[in-house]
Write a protein that binds this ligand. Structure first.
Ligand SMILES: [Fe+2]
Length: 217
């Protein structure tokens, strides 16, 4: 059964120095792409959107979020250049379920801790700076994606997503144990930057600030 070695290489370096608190980049590997070859749902953007459990679109330029179960609307927003996203339920793609089970086993978690989200965009798109409560492995299947990441020095044990804005004080943020002081609302100049091509993986620890820009599909 595939597991952690599928998603990160080298595994010993990842476990010793990165999991769960430090960002990690794993260079592209063809076997990651081959694993999903033939999965009907990943053949096109529309075929993925058709099986997403809940769908939302991040408007181009970070102008807000549209949440909708209307898949035709999401397909149109995708065509218009917005970044679209949604969760995949277990049971939809057996290969994915098997992979999640293997990763959970190798990390020492239960599969119930794991979930899958798919992000889709075409042309130039991206997701503005934010931090998430969960831990993420992001595998790029197509296109090119640039990641910027930086540790979060204001909020720990985060419990919900935080999208910072100018003047937002960390002490007023709901969703984690926050220190006082103004939150950063732009990625710091010394942030980590990864340029990812198909088959590459980025590991984002809980709470880390991150921002992405994408090209192509
Ligand atoms: Fe995120």
């Amino acid at each position: 059964m595939p597991g952690l070695s599928y998603i990160v290489q080298p595994v010993d370096v990842f476990l010793a120095a990165h999991w769960p608190d430090n960002a990690f980049y794993s260079a592209p590997r063809d076997e990651r792409l081959q694993y999903f070859e033939g999965v009907q749902e990943f053949q096109s953007a529309n075929s993925v959107i058709d099986v997403l459990r809940a769908t939302y679109a991040v408007r181009k330029g970070g102008e807000g979020i549209v949440c909708s179960d209307d898949r035709e609307l999401i397909k149109k927003l995708y065509q218009d250049g917005n970044t679209c996203s949604g969760a995949l339920s277990s049971g939809i793609i057996p290969r994915l379920d098997e992979l999640l089970e293997g990763i959970a086993r190798d990390i020492g978690l239960t599969k119930s801790c794991m979930g899958t989200e798919v992000f889709l965009s075409q042309g130039e798109s991206g997701v503005p700076m934010h931090s998430d409560w969960d831990i993420n492995f992001s595998l790029l299947l197509r296109g090119k994606k640039t990641w910027k990441l930086a540790p979060n020095r204001h909020v720990v044990n985060q419990t919900r997503q935080i999208v910072p804005a100018p003047g937002m004080d960390a002490g007023t943020v709901v969703g984690g144990i926050a220190s006082a002081g103004e939150l950063p609302f732009e990625m710091p100049a010394d942030c980590i930057e990864f340029h990812v091509s198909p088959g590459g993986v980025v590991f984002t620890p809980r709470g880390w600030w991150h921002q992405t820009t994408s090209e192509e599909e």
